[in-house]
Write a protein that binds this ligand. Sequence first.
Ligand SMILES: [Zn+2]
Length: 122
Amino acid sequence: MRAHKSALSSAILCALILSCLLQAGCPGPLRPVTEPHGQSWWKKQQEREACITNLMCIGAAKEQWAILNAKHNGDEVIQTEVDSYVKNLPAECPSGGSYTYGRVAELPTCSVPGHALPEAKR
Ligand SMILES: [Zn+2]
């Protein structure tokens, strides 16, 4: 009689715990984390941000090079010389794009769509 009663109460306890879990929507690792855009979207965003940082470095290096070499807007840029002013070399697009330095006062660009500096506020 005693054993029967304890089995019954543990069954009730089990049911209670289960219903609690169901009500809470099974939080934690039981439920897969749903991301609004998926992992590949985040990876792309991170690569894009890293690329834009590189473009900013190239742009800054170009400006520095142009000032130190008395270059004017529209002058052709010597990429190997500008590279010596770029910090964190080699500046490479994490998505495999290639950089075009452009002329003095032009924005450097990446060949990957979406990897672009916002238009300068000049
Ligand atoms: Zn890029």
